[in-house]
Design a protein around this ligand. Structure first.
Ligand code: CU
Length: 116
């Protein structure tokens, strides 16, 4: 597509097309979608560093920055993942963007994008 034609003519108006909407694609394997119609956000975006990956438990430990959408401070914690495949996306030490389904300490990570 040639939609970025003449972008330079619009000084300072460059629009980043990879905002939150881009990260809200559903994982077709995402379980538990029924009964999640609540008013608080059903997804939140975070950024962090991978500290550990545990395929046996199906968890990833992230040192994440504050996630203001759900009122979380920065911390290091482990998350369940929506699919075991998510544990293959990143390795310890990677900086990642991730999407989570908030549920306190039982929150589930539903997508991971490695930032290189
Ligand atoms: Cu946390």
């Amino acid at each position: 597509m040639k939609t970025q034609f003449f972008t330079l003519a619009f000084t300072g108006a460059l629009i980043v097309a990879t905002g939150p909407a881009a990260a809200q694609q559903m994982d077709p394997n995402m379980p538990g979608m029924a009964g999640t119609q609540v008013t608080k956000p059903t997804e939140a975006q975070g950024v962090g560093i991978v500290k550990a990956i545990d395929p046996a438990k199906g968890t990833i430990t992230l040192q994440h920055q504050a996630i203001t959408a759900i009122g979380w401070p920065a911390m290091t914690m482990s998350f369940k993942v929506a699919s075991p495949n998510l544990l293959k996306v990143a390795k310890v030490g990677d900086k990642v963007k991730f999407t989570l389904r908030p549920a306190g300490m039982a929150s589930t990570v539903t997508s991971i994008i490695v930032e290189r």
